[in-house]
Design a protein. Structure first.
Length: 390
């Protein structure tokens, strides 16, 4: 596998020079200056690519070329948006960039309730508290009927929490779930001066009543529209699994388990329609046997996110150290090394440690924590390659 690292562009506090020093070979980035739906001009792609190459690496993966909401819910403007999406893909192809990660999650990308959860050793990690998540849905977003989506014991805990939760804790939940985790991925939530919660409700409105089957048809429509340009320029589209792998806020999600992935790969049976194997996202669902899924889907995997969660009682999960989670990452390295396509791999998230907390990195994208994880994974790769020689 190729050692890659996500870079958020010139404003990222982790510089290309820092990445080069720790052994990164390929850069994963996007033209973050453009909002979803805007065209990525050829000369801007080239400028970013040249900057990366001047630092001694290559631009391996685009993460992400964001799919506009209207494409996902099938709005009137979707064909115009798709035309522009294809044009951006062609521009990437002309520059020799062949791997494009995207997601098809309605409105919200990844969900955590705590971005600085202390571990016993003093480092900080990302955490998902099921009761606080349900609290946000039922009491802050106040989504009609939300309580029907949670088991009775969770609803009871939400009611108990409602008696003790402080205003500051509520504000922290809004800031974490809506502002901090989403903001740096696709830019800040659009719209007026409305509060984040109001903006969020407005973004969710077009999905009201949209079934999983309809969302699937919209994904198929998207894939059929982009496949011709992908075939022409050998661009491998790789969808990111849902994080966490379950429907949220009453909206369907399409990449939660092995059956979903089977559907996706069969819906458009083309090598260019592939997967970002995000082991971390998949590992947050107790229903997923992540190693078995890697074995099954490796031939259509074009990009690997190598990390793992641990599942806790009551539906919580925590992002675990790379050597200590529920998924055997060494086995995943074996599986993806066997693919023999030098698959780009990034360690995805890392712990916040040794002063990372003072710098203000994007949540999950610390420097020291990810560097430690990369060192650990690099050791796994070397050991696995040596097994092959034995
Ligand atoms: C979070 C990331 C996701 C991912 C997008 C890809 O850390 O893994 O935001 O980049 O879902 O479209």
């Amino acid at each position: 596998m190729e050692k890659t690292w996500r870079w958020f562009g010139p404003s990222d506090k982790v510089t290309l020079e820092m990445m080069r020093q720790i052994g990164v070979e390929g850069v994963v980035t996007a033209l973050h200056q453009y909002a979803p739906g805007e065209l990525w001009p050829l000369e801007e792609i080239r400028a970013t690519q040249q900057r990366i190459e001047a630092a001694g690496m290559r631009w391996s993966v685009v993460e992400s070329l964001p799919v506009s909401e209207a494409i996902k819910y099938g709005g009137a403007e979707r064909d115009a948006l798709l035309e522009r999406y294809c044009q951006s893909l062609e521009n990437l192809g002309r520059c020799g960039i062949h791997t494009v990660c995207y997601n098809f999650m309605p409105v919200i990308d990844w969900v955590r309730t705590d971005l600085e959860r202390p571990l016993p050793d003093g480092t900080l990690t990302l955490y998902f508290d099921y009761v606080r998540f349900a609290y946000f849905d039922m009491k802050i977003l106040a989504r009609p009927g939300a309580e029907k989506d949670f088991p009775p014991e969770i609803v009871a805990k939400v009611e108990a929490l409602d008696k003790t939760i402080t205003e500051a804790e509520k504000a922290q939940l809004v800031d974490t779930i809506i502002t901090k985790t989403q903001g740096f991925v696709n830019g800040p939530l659009g719209g007026s001066e409305a509060s984040p919660v109001e903006k969020f409700r407005a973004l969710m409105a077009p999905y009201a009543g949209l079934s999983k089957a309809q969302l699937r048809e919209n994904l198929r429509y998207f894939l059929e529209a982009v496949m011709p340009v992908c075939r022409k320029w050998d661009i491998r589209m790789c969808i990111h699994p849902d994080d966490p792998p379950m429907p949220v806020f009453g909206m369907p999600r399409l990449v939660c388990d092995a059956d979903d992935i089977r559907w996706l790969l069969a819906a458009v049976d083309d090598f260019h329609n592939g997967l970002t194997f995000c082991a971390g996202s998949l590992s947050a669902g107790a229903h997923n046997d992540v190693v078995a899924m890697a074995r099954e889907f490796a031939p259509r995997t074009h990009f690997v996110h190598l990390r793992t969660c641990n599942l806790l009682p009551g539906g919580d999960f925590v992002e675990a150290p790379h050597t200590d989670g529920r998924v055997d990452l060494v086995e995943l390295v074996r599986i993806f090394e066997c693919e023999d396509r030098n698959l780009p791999m990034r360690v995805d998230h890392g712990k916040t440690m040794l002063g990372d907390e003072r710098i203000g990195y994007n949540p999950g994208y610390s420097f020291h924590g990810r560097m430690l994880a990369l060192g650990q994974v690099e050791g796994m790769i070397v050991a696995v390659r040596n097994e092959g020689m034995a």
